[in-house]
Ligand binder design. Structure first.
Ligand code: AMP
Length: 397
C-alpha cells in the first residue's frame, strides 16, 4: 500500500473518517460513527466491497474512535500496514491565527480551544476527536486543516463589518468565511484544468450548507459566509442573509430569547422553514406535486434560493471587475440540473450561454456546461474536502 492519510471530521455527536491515498485520491476505507452520547450509537465502516454496521452505545468520542480503530483491524485495512503518514483533522474555525494547515501541538490545540467561542458547536467537538486520536495514534503527526484558512486573504473591505471598531476588535467580530477547503480545492482544479493562473472565479458550493466565493488568481477576495456559517446564501436549514433587526423584532413582539432565535435562524429556516423540507430533492418533488399550495410554496422557495445566488454572482462580478468562470459544486451544485439551468437562464443578458446537453449529464469528473462563445465559462467540479484535507496535511509532514 502506498502512503496514506487518515482524515477525521469530528462533529458534536459524530465522527466521519476516510483513509485516503493522497496521490491517487482513492478513499481506501471510510465510515461514519453517529449518535455519540445517545443510548443507541451506530458505526458504518466501508472497505473494499464490504460495509460493516455496528450498533452499540458510543458514550463519547473516545469510545467511538477506539471502535473505529478496532474496525480497521477486524475488517481492514490494518492500520499498522497502511503506512499512515499523517492524520488530518478538519477544523471549522481557525480565527485570525491560521491561514493554512498547522501541525497540532499543545499551542495549536489551545488556540483551537480559545476559538470555541466563535464556533461553539464545532471546535469543542473537533478537540475531542484530536485528543483521542493523538492518544490512540501517538506516532503519527496530526495536522489541523481549517475551514476558515483560505479566507484569511480577504481584504479589509470584505472581512470587516461596518460595526463600532473597538467592539469589533475586542470581541473578534469580523468575517471569517467557511467551506474554505472546498472553495480552494475547486478553484485550484479549475485553474489546473484550464491551464490559467490569473482567473477571476466564482465558486458556488451548494450543499446542505451553501456558500459563494470570489477568487482572483489563487486568493479569495470575498465570500458569502461571515462571522459564522449563517450569513449568505439560502441553505437547508439556515436563513442566510437576513436583516439583523429581525432578531430585535422577534424579541419584542414574540418574546423570543436570543437562543430561540439562534435555533430558528440556524435550524428551522432556509428551505426547511420555507417548505418543511431541508433537502433539495424533497423541495423539487414538492414543486411537481399535485397539491397546488405545496407546489407554490416550493416554487417560491426555489426562486428565493436562485435569487440569492444571483445577488452574489452580481456583486462578486462587480468587485472583481469581471468573471471568467462560474463553478457549481457540492450536493446541489453537482446534481441539480434544474438549478444550474435556472441560474444560467438569468445570466443570458450578460452573455452566458448554457450548453443544455452538457448540463443534463451527471458525471463524477469536472465538466464545462457553457457553450463555446459564452461570455463566462460555467463548470461543474465535484468537491472532495477529505482529499483536500489529506493533501494539505501532507504539505506539513
Ligand atoms: P451536501 O451537503 O454537499 O451533501 O449536499 C446535500 C444536498 O444536495 C441536499 O440538499 C440534497 O438534496 C442535494 N442533492 C443531492 N442530490 C441531488 C439531486 N440529484 N438533485 C437535487 N439535489 C440533490
Amino acid at each position: 500500500m502506498s502512503q496514506t492519510v487518515l482524515v477525521i471530521n469530528s462533529g458534536s455527536s459524530s465522527v466521519k473518517y476516510q483513509l485516503i491515498d493522497p496521490e491517487s485520491g482513492h478513499a481506501i476505507a471510510k465510515g461514519l460513527a453517529e449518535r455519540i452520547g445517545e443510548p443507541e450509537g451506530h458505526i458504518q465502516h466501508r472497505y473494499s466491497q464490504k460495509a460493516v454496521d455496528l450498533n452499540e452505545p458510543l458514550p463519547d468520542h473516545g469510545v467511538a474512535l477506539t471502535e473505529i480503530l478496532r474496525l480497521f483491524d477486524e475488517v481492514g485495512p490494518a492500520l499498522a500496514d497502511a503506512d499512515i503518514v499523517a492524520v488530518g483533522h478538519r477544523i471549522v474555525q481557525g480565527g485570525r491565527y491560521f491561514d493554512g494547515p498547522a501541525l497540532i501541538d499543545d499551542r495549536v490545540r489551545n488556540l483551537i480551544d480559545e476559538l470555541s467561542t466563535l464556533a461553539p458547536l464545532h471546535n469543542p467537538a473537533h478537540l475531542k476527536g484530536i485528543d483521542v486520536a493523538r492518544r490512540l495514534l501517538p506516532n503519527v503527526p496530526h495536522v489541523a486543516v481549517f475551514d476558515t484558512a483560505f479566507f484569511q486573504s480577504l481584504p479589509p473591505e470584505a472581512a470587516t463589518y461596518a460595526l463600532d471598531r473597538e467592539i469589533a476588535e475586542k470581541y473578534s467580530v469580523r468575517r471569517y468565511g467557511a467551506h474554505g477547503t472546498s472553495h480552494q480545492y475547486v478553484s485550484k482544479r479549475v485553474s489546473t484544468i484550464l491551464g490559467a493562473r490569473d482567473l477571476k472565479q466564482i465558486v458556488l458550493h451548494l450543499g446542505n450548507g451553501a456558500s459563494a466565493s470570489a477568487i482572483v488568481g489563487d486568493k479569495a477576495i470575498d465570500t458569502s459566509m461571515g462571522l459564522t456559517p449563517l450569513e449568505g446564501l439560502v441553505m437547508g436549514t439556515r436563513t442566510g442573509d437576513i436583516d439583523p433587526a429581525v432578531v430585535f423584532h422577534l424579541e419584542r413582539v414574540a418574546g423570543m430569547s436570543v437562543d430561540e432565535v439562534d435555533t430558528l435562524f440556524n435550524k428551522k429556516s432556509g428551505l426547511k422553514g420555507l417548505t418543511g423540507d431541508n433537502d433539495m430533492r424533497g423541495v423539487r418533488e414538492m414543486a411537481k406535486s399535485g397539491d397546488p399550495e405545496a407546489r407554490k410554496r416550493a416554487r417560491v422557495a426555489l426562486n428565493i434560493y436562485v435569487n440569492r445566488i444571483l445577488k452574489y454572482i452580481g456583486s462578486f462580478t462587480a468587485e472583481m471587475g469581471g468573471v471568467d468562470v462560474i463553478t457549481f459544486t457540492a450536493g446541489i451544485g453537482e446534481n441539480d440540473i434544474d438549478l444550474r439551468r435556472e441560474v444560467c437562464e438569468q445570466l443570458v443578458p450578460f452573455g452566458v450561454v448554457l450548453d443544455e446537453e452538457a448540463n443534463n449529464q451527471r458525471v463524477s469528473e469536472p465538466i464545462t456546461i457553457s457553450k463555446r462563445g459564452s461570455s463566462v465559462r460555467v463548470m461543474v467540479v465535484p468537491t472532495n474536502e477529505e482529499l483536500a484535507i489529506a493533501k494539505q496535511a501532507l504539505t506539513l509532514v
